[in-house]
Every structure is written in C-alpha cells, then in structure tokens.
Design a binder for this molecule. Structure first.
Ligand SMILES: NC(=O)c1ccc[n+]([C@@H]2O[C@H](COP(=O)([O-])OP(=O)(O)OC[C@H]3O[C@@H](n4cnc5c(N)ncnc54)[C@H](OP(=O)(O)O)[C@@H]3O)[C@@H](O)[C@H]2O)c1
Length: 258
C-alpha cells in the first residue's frame, strides 16, 4: 500500500538546526510518521525544550547540542546517535545562516567564510560522517535544505546564494556517488518561509508586500509547509527519487517578468 510507504517507524533521523523554524517542523513531521528524531542546534537548552515538547506529545525524541561549524560537535552528534540507536537512516542538513546583507565587493571575508562553513561545509562533513554508516546499512537518506536563493540570484545575499547553489550541486554529486549503496540524496528549496532567519529580509521597506505579490499563492509559507515534502523525501514513498532539488515556494520562482 502506498500509504505504508510514508511510514517512518524504526527509522532514526538526525536533524540539524531543529530548535525552531523549518528544522523543528521537519523533525515533528518525521516524529508524527513514527521516526525517532534527534533534534540538534547550538543551544542545549533550546533543543531540550523541543525534546520535552515532543515527548509530551508521545513522540520518540532525543536532543543533542551541535554547532554544525564545530568538528567535535559534528562527530559527537553522529557517534552518540549511532551508539544509542545502532543506525542512522536520515540526515537533514538544515542549519543555515546569512550574516551579511550587501554587495559582493564589500562582503567581509569572515562573513563569507561563516556562510560557507555553516551552510555548505558542515553539510559535506556531516554527510561524510553518516556515509559509512548508511553504506553498511545499504540504506540511507540525506536531505539538504537549500533555497530558491540557490537557483535565483539576489542583489544583497551573494554568499548565501552561492552556498545554497553549491548544496544543489552537492546533492547531485553525492547522489551519483552513493546511489549504488541505496543512499538517496535530495534537496528542498524553500521560498519565503516565516521564520527568525527570514525576518531580516523584512527590514527593507515594503519587502514583505513585494515578496508576497510575487508569490502565486499570495502569501508566505509557514515552516510546517516544508515538512510534508521532507517526509516524502525521507520515506519509501520517494524510493526512486534522488539527486533532485525540489522547489517549495508557492510559485515565487515562477514570478512573471511581464
Ligand atoms: N526561512 C526561509 O524563508 C528560508 C528559505 C529558504 C531556505 N531556508 C533555509 O532553511 C534552513 C532553516 O532556516 P529557518 O528559516 O528555519 O531559520 P530559523 O527559524 O532561524 O532556524 C534556524 C535553526 O538553525 C539553528 N542554527 C543556526 N546556526 C546554527 C549552527 N551554526 N549550528 C547548528 N544550528 C544552528 C538555530 O538554532 P540555535 O539558534 O538554537 O542554534 C535554529 O534551530 C536554513 O538552512 C535556511 O537557509 C529558509
């Protein structure tokens, strides 16, 4: 039955940046479909709170502090999860940042480096940590949270654009190298989702109105509108889907020129 293919019971999922926003919504979605979810972010307190909240709803959850830019934290996240559960089925590289708004030629080198370290390099490093585990299971699923900003340029978020575009290519490269071990790799490209991260965009005058006018559905999305797609990609319902980046933007990229 197709319905059963969405079932995530018995699966162990690690989600970075899951204390709020899109990562938390995806973790909740996975938990609702039966997975054990490991929620992580830089703040031990914040992820503990998510753990408590999910447990109160009856879900299987644990939490670990992990600053994805920190090598020891990354290793600890994967090793501790493996030790506790004996397997890792799903990795969602969701943690992201955008420390700089402005022209390329004025971008501080540190801001560029931070953007690449958090948005791109950590996804490569964490994927490389789960790769041998998933290879030995002959089964695994990696989802990168890219963005429509990885497809379409912006005037003031170039490092962010570059990092998100690179995630789309990383998705393709990993999928061709790891497909033979039944490891699927896909990306989600959200449009405009109402979260703390995107709130910085709205500081520009009239930004929200302009954004929403370009969205076919005439509204921003809520984080939970990213979760259904993530459940699909993480589950057997998408068993033949790999190497692709799926846009979930209410039609924003489809905005007409004329
Ligand atoms: N919102 C949008 O419109 C939008 C659109 C396209 C793509 N995205 C992407 O979606 C992903 C999630 O963003 P969001 O909008 O949900 O943002 P958010 O609500 O601000 O949440 C970001 C999450 O990442 C965590 N985080 C930040 N830096 C981290 C780090 N260095 N290590 C580990 N965790 C870290 C934060 O938790 P702590 O503060 O507790 O560490 C938080 O849980 C990002 O990759 C973003 O680029 C967002």
């Amino acid at each position: 039955m197709i319905k059963e293919k969405f079932n995530l019971e018995g699966k162990v999922a690690v989600i970075t940046g899951a204390s709020k926003g899109i990562g938390k919504a995806i973790a909740l979605g996975f938990a609702e479909f039966g997975a054990h979810v490991v929620v992580s972010s830089r703040s031990e307190e914040a992820v503990k709170n998510v753990e408590t909240e999910f447990k109160s709803k009856g879900f299987s959850v644990s939490s670990l502090k992990c600053h994805v830019g920190n090598k020891e934290d990354r290793i600890n996240l994967i090793e501790t999860t493996l030790k506790a559960h004996g397997r890792i089925d799903i990795l969602v590289n969701n943690a992201g940042t955008n420390p700089y708004f402005g022209p390329i030629h004025k971008m501080p080198a540190e801001a560029y480096q931070k953007t690449m370290d958090i948005n791109l390099n950590s996804a490569i490093e964490l994927s490389n940590l789960v790769y041998p585990i998933m290879k030995s299971q002959n089964s695994g699923n990696i989802i990168h949270i890219s963005s429509i900003e990885g497809i379409h340029p912006s005037k003031f978020m170039s490092a962010y654009n570059i990092s998100k575009a690179a995630l789309i290519m990383l998705t393709k490269n990993q999928s061709i190298e790891w497909g033979k071990y039944n490891i699927r790799v896909n990306a989600i490209c959200p449009g405009y989702v109402k979260t703390k991260l995107s709130s910085g965009l709205l500081e520009f005058e009239g930004a929200e109105e302009r954004l929403v006018n370009n969205v076919s559905l005439r509204r921003a999305s809520n984080p939970d509108e990213m979760a259904g797609l993530a459940v699909f990609l993480a589950s057997e319902a998408s068993s033949y889907v790999t190497g692709t980046s799926i846009v979930n933007d209410g039609g924003l990229l489809n905005s007409p020129i004329f």
